[in-house]
Design a protein. Structure first.
Lengths: 112, 115
């Protein structure tokens, strides 16, 4: 099993640009989580899906952030327009059992 | 709301020695899960150990064990026979056993194993 796959691993963009982060969960997993890690706020949940349906998006910072899961094997997190304060590591995790989440390697986003 | 507190930003231990990382949490829930995650320099988040709150017996995984004190809301991680590969950030995390399925993380403890 390849584990949770995230792309890109690193992304550098300029303020105002659109950024799309991608995640492929482990096959058969029906939960998918997006977390963000910053020095100031630590690790925090942004949104999670169950069976491709968003269940809790209360952690999404503002309207500039959106997440989709069009099918069981793919999810995107989009930031438009991006701002320097969005610089962080974004993790995707998947599972069949919420208390056993498997994390991807993360995407390090830098917005200049 | 759930909060997780790790009061030790950094710790170090000699190789082969034992070290204990502290974690306290606050919740009004009776049933929940507690976790320790390891984040090495590779950035990957790795589950080290999990404890179910309804279980009185402390969880153990090889060199890793926990001291779970439910009344005190304390959940410490003991690493025995420390190895250089244990050098990493360690995060304590909480999850309710019903309802919301997200993890609440502490701020982490950076552990360095000294050869």
């Amino acid at each position: 099993d390849a584990g949770v796959i995230q792309s890109p691993r690193h992304e550098v963009t300029e303020m105002g640009q659109e950024v799309t982060l991608r995640c492929k969960p482990i096959s058969g997993h029906d939960y998918l989580f997006w977390y963000r890690q910053t020095m100031m706020r630590g690790l925090e949940l942004l949104i999670y899906f169950n069976n491709n349906v968003p269940i809790d998006d209360s952690g999404m910072p503002e309207d500039r952030f959106s997440a989709k899961m069009p099918n069981a094997s793919f999810s995107t997190l989009k930031i438009q327009p991006s701002e320097p304060r969005d610089s962080a590591v974004y993790f995707c995790a998947s599972t069949t059992i919420p208390y056993e989440q498997y994390f991807g390697p993360g995407t390090r986003l830098t917005v200049t | 709301a759930q909060t997780v507190t790790q009061s030790q930003p950094e710790m170090s231990v000699q190789e082969a020695e034992t070290v204990t990382l502290s974690c306290t949490y606050d919740t009004s829930e009776n049933n929940y899960y507690l976790f320790w995650y390891k984040q090495p320099p590779s950035r990957q988040m790795i589950l080290v150990i999990r404890q179910e709150a309804y279980k009185q017996q402390n969880a153990t995984e090889n060199r890793f064990s926990v001291n779970f004190q439910k009344a005190a809301k304390s959940f410490s991680l003991k690493i025995s026979d420390s190895q250089l590969g244990d050098t990493a950030m360690y995060f304590c995390a909480f999850m309710k056993s019903s309802g919301a399925n997200n993890l609440f993380f502490g701020t982490g403890t950076r552990l360095t194993v000294i050869p």
